[in-house]
Design a protein around this ligand. Structure first.
Ligand code: CO8
Length: 262
């Protein structure tokens, strides 16, 4: 397995746990960390044994406290800043389009680029100690790894503006209330919850999971009629799989299906 400086990959039954590990700077995303993330995503994508991915941050304090501010402060030109934003956006989009479910286990501060990383996942589980925010406005910049776009699509225009304009941090419960987070759990059980959810997803039909993810994401970017068309097309594709035959047969035989992703 690849060796990374700032990432750790742990394998479980059908799932993998990727930990961003730069605890001295609250797991801030340096350029090198993003490059490693890019490599790790290739690894996860190619490994058929990984059916669901969990991403978390090292330690108890932070998920990811943003892009690395000391690195950002050294960017020399508007052009370089734009390219860096595009690079980070590309990684977040890779996570969003990974053909497997991605669970973000947010254990502490998810700020700036860290919140944007969380927003690129499919399901966000948060510890009761998690804090979410886009504080870029306090640094004289704006979110640059997809935050203005993904947050607005998720929670609506004005709530996104409120969070981006004030830079205010919100609690896990508030993030649950506005629909950013799907479940809040005690800090001590976050990883167990994430692993058990990943294990549950790993037993589902992989093609169904992939097409659910893609159909919802693509459908949200289009009008209802086109979205329904995408859904019907995907239904046709999934109907043709062996897993569909297995799923229906298992139901009729009153047994648990064994899906193979075919
Ligand atoms: N980058 C670099 N270092 C950081 C970061 C960061 N984002 N966050 C924390 N650290 C470092 C601190 O500097 C400190 O280092 P040291 O021990 O050497 O002084 C160490 O981590 C511990 O942090 P604190 O002492 O500050 O811990 P506190 O408990 O006092 O505070 C906070 C915790 C509130 C999380 C505080 O650390 C903080 O406000 N961090 C910055 C949060 C932030 O502003 N994030 C947004 C960054 S900008 C961004 O993400 C833009 C994304 C798009 C980029 C587009 C590309 C061009």
């Amino acid at each position: 397995m690849a060796e990374w400086k700032h990432l750790r990959l742990e394998r479980g039954e059908g799932w993998a746990l990727l930990t961003v590990s730069r605890p001295k700077v609250l797991n801030a995303l340096s350029r090198e960390t993003l490059e490693e993330l890019d490599d790790a995503l290739t690894h996860v994508e190619r490994d058929g044994g990984i059916k669901a991915l969990i991403i978390t941050g090292e330690g108890e304090k932070a998920f990811v406290a943003g892009a690395d501010i000391s690195e950002l402060s050294r960017i020399g030109s508007a052009d370089e800043a734009r390219r860096q934003a595009e690079f980070g956006q590309r990684i977040m989009t890779r996570i969003e389009r990974l053909p497997k479910p991605v669970i973000m286990a947010v254990n502490g501060y998810a700020l700036g680029g860290g919140f944007e990383l969380a927003l690129s996942g499919d399901i966000i589980l948060a510890s009761d100690k998690a804090r979410f925010g886009l504080p870029e406005v306090n640094l004289g910049v704006i979110p640059g790894y997809g935050g203005t776009q993904r947050l607005a699509r998720l929670v609506g225009r004005n709530t996104a503006k409120y969070l981006c304009m004030t830079g205010q941090m919100i609690s896990a419960d508030e993030a649950l209330r506005i629909g950013v987070v799907q479940k809040v759990v005690p800090a001590g059980s976050l990883l167990d919850e994430a692993k058990s959810l990943a294990a549950e997803l790993a037993k589902k039909a992989p093609v169904s999971l992939r097409l659910i993810k893609r159909t919802i994401d693509r459908g949200l970017e289009t009008d209802l009629e086109t979205g329904l068309d995408l859904e019907a097309g995907a239904f046709g594709v999934v109907f043709d799989t062996r897993d569909r035959a297995e799923g229906m047969e298992a139901f009729l035989q009153k047994r648990t299906p064994e899906f193979k992703g075919e």
